[in-house]
Design a binder for this molecule. Structure first.
Ligand SMILES: Cc1ncc(COP(=O)(O)O)c(C=O)c1O
Length: 393
């Protein structure tokens, strides 16, 4: 049972109307942020980086810019990839192994398999949900700053972004987000833990927000970094799906499993949402045989997951302390990256880091420059700390 007041028939009718509008070339609504705030935008000097490290990122001595897992993939996943390479002539879709994966996830998350959809990475799910919900305009609400994939797709489709500034402690201002819901709101996006701040909003608060708001509009919960918490099972919001609420929870194999380059993610949602999506896009056709086997092996390799969790935390604590010692004010993080304000332009800071072979990211957040460093192996984060001290001394 979906606790919402939009019937399945209404969803389908709206979809047909929207497709018709697109095909008839109807003008879509404007894309200005409703609150008039300056949108948060990545500030990443790609040209400069390629100039310093030709032919690209491979030239970096410390690659700390994309929140990847420096220890992955697990050895068991690598063996599974090698073994399955010869099955590369077969589609994954509807294979027995596909069903094995679905059953494993269903058991892990405690939902029936028809509440799960696999996808080649969670970006695929983010973009497709943006397309499903916002292709005929309306607005999407999210915290600001937050992860922008879904928002970017939505605004490019003609939707409006209602960006609600995070609280001073970088948690979500859920009251303001709830007040921002109006007749035109088609989706609420919450990334928890949040990227790029690394902060975590109490799941209890998020759950009670979802219980109220999802009766009006679906809530998309991006839990890409949840697995890096000490006890992810007790922190996930997937319980809301089990209880029948109209939320979409999105998970990825790119972080704790270290499979970013192999592409695997999944969403947990009401079967009607999944059916609606599958009626329009054949997401499962994007899945890859070797990735599927890697993901199955990695799911069972809890030792590797624990290893990643422990070492990530150790390195994060080290970097956090070192940032403080260097006079920075890093934002406490529970993820595999740390955001901190900087006293020079992002371009200048990134360029100086690249000169030392260190790749990090920079952001302009409400017109102030910040840098975000992802965790790497200890020698990489030590190089970052050494470079930082040289730059700021
Ligand atoms: C919050 C968040 N969601 C989703 C993604 C995309 O992950 P994937 O590799 O599964 O597409 C990222 C990637 O960094 C992320 O930070």
């Amino acid at each position: 049972m979906i606790k919402q007041n939009i019937s399945r028939r209404t969803w389908l009718k709206r979809g047909a109307l929207a497709t018709g509008a697109l095909m008839s070339g109807m003008v879509l609504p404007n894309t200005k942020p409703a609150f008039g705030m300056k949108p948060f935008k990545g500030h990443y000097n790609l040209r400069e980086m390629h100039h310093i490290a030709p032919p690209g990122l491979e030239g970096l001595r410390a690659r700390l810019l994309a929140n990847e897992n420096p220890w992955g993939p697990s050895k068991k996943a690598i063996a599974a990839i090698a073994e399955s390479a010869s099955s590369g002539n077969r589609y994954v879709y509807r294979s027995a192994r596909f069903q094995v994966m679905m059953d494993m996830l269903a058991e892990k998350e405690g939902v029936p398999a028809d509440h799960i959809m696999l996808a080649p990475g969670s970006t695929d799910i983010l973009e497709k949900m943006a397309f499903m919900q916002l292709r005929s305009g309306g607005n999407v609400i999210s915290g600001d700053p937050s992860y922008m994939s879904l928002i970017n797709t939505a605004t490019k489709l003609g939707a409006t972004w209602k960006n609600i500034k995070l609280n001073d402690d970088y948690t979500y201002d859920l009251d303001s987000m709830e007040k921002a819901v109006d007749d035109e709101t088609k989706l609420v996006y919450i990334c928890n833990p949040n990227n790029p701040t690394g902060t975590f909003t109490s799941p209890e608060k998020i759950k009670s927000f979802c219980k109220r708001v999802s009766s009006t509009v679906p809530v998309f919960l991006d839990e890409a970094y949840l697995d890096l918490l000490d006890d992810p099972g007790s922190q996930t919001t997937i319980g809301l799906v089990k209880e029948g609420y109209d939320v979409v929870v999105c998970r990825t194999f790119s972080k704790i499993h270290g499979l970013a380059g192999l592409r695997m993610g999944y969403m947990v949602a009401q079967p009607e949402r999944i059916e609606e999506l599958k009626n329009m896009v054949r997401t499962e056709m994007g899945l890859c045989v070797t990735t599927l086997e890697a993901a199955i092996a990695s799911l069972q390799d809890t030792e590797f997951q624990d290893f990643t969790r422990t070492h990530n935390k150790e390195n994060r604590e080290y970097v956090f302390e070192e940032l403080q010692k260097s006079g920075m004010s890093p934002i406490p993080s529970c993820t595999n990256f740390i955001l901190f304000p900087i006293q020079m332009t992002t371009e200048e800071f990134l360029s100086k880091m690249y000169e030392k072979g260190v790749g990090i990211r920079g952001f302009e957040i409400f017109e102030k420059p910040y840098a975000r460093v992802s965790m790497g192996k200890m020698d990489e984060v030590k190089l970052f700390v050494k470079s930082l001290n040289e730059i700021v001394s």
